[in-house]
Design a protein around this ligand. Structure first.
Ligand code: GRF
Length: 214
């Protein structure tokens, strides 16, 4: 069974979604280790409660980004993991690390990439008057929030939304699509062809999310 390393920096609610899927028997792999870039990240407590191996790799303890990433690589290999899920991991991985793990690192981003990459995307969505946003699971490339898209979910922006209410609504969708996308990868149903993902999974063409509703 494929072992997955989950990299976090904070709250770890997406980690929790993966843990919940695993505990329900709905994950086609196992979580081998949880790595936090921050001491005291609440996600570490989730890992502990789930009985998962976990550790902190703090960039401040390493002389360079390369040395930090070398330690991440060591931890992941030592845990016998062959796939990495970034789940609110707030460090930018070096191109060397990303290339070494090409098509084996997934990330979740709270917007419909390639729109709104980077931080504070909900604020920018609201400022832009966008009516539909969402979330994206993608393979990681050296450029931040770029890479072949595995799965996306659309979420409406509602009148009166602020950053918090919008983030909360998008987060519900994140928790649904991260385990879904990870399972597709674990089941070998995802191929990257010319930097686009071809996924062997049911899709519906007759569905529409419109805002406002017709
Ligand atoms: C999520 O919104 C995720 O999309 C983004 O960072 C946030 C992490 O939240 N990359 P959590 O730590 O998983 O609760």
């Amino acid at each position: 069974m494929t072992r997955i390393a989950v990299f976090i920096s904070g709250r770890g609610s997406n980690l929790q979604a993966l843990i919940d899927a695993r505990n329900r028997g709905d994950l086609a792999g196992d979580i081998g280790v949880v790595v936090s870039s921050r001491t005291g990240a609440p996600g570490l407590e989730r890992a502990r409660r789930a009985g998962l191996d976990h550790c902190v790799v703090d960039a401040a303890d390493y002389a360079s980004r390369e040395a930090f990433d070398a330690e991440l690589d060591r931890v992941v290999n030592q845990a016998g993991c062959s796939l990495i899920c970034l789940a609110g991991f707030m460090r930018i991985l070096t191109p060397g690390f990303v290339e070494a793990w090409r098509d084996r690192i997934l990330n979740i981003h709270p917007a419909l990439l390639p729109a709104f990459p980077g931080t504070a995307c909900h604020r920018r969505v609201l400022e832009g008057g966008v009516k539909i946003t969402g979330c994206t699971v993608h393979f990681v490339r050296p450029q931040v929030d770029a890479g072949p898209i595995i799965a996306q979910a659309a979420v409406p922006v509602l009148p009166g939304d602020d950053e918090k209410s919008l983030a909360d609504r998008v987060l519900v969708a994140e928790h649904r699509i991260y385990p879904l996308a990870l399972n597709l990868v674990l089941q070998g149903r995802v191929r990257v062809i010319e930097e686009r993902v071809v996924v062997d999974a049911p899709v519906r063409a007759d569905d529409m999310l419109a805002n406002p509703v017709p």
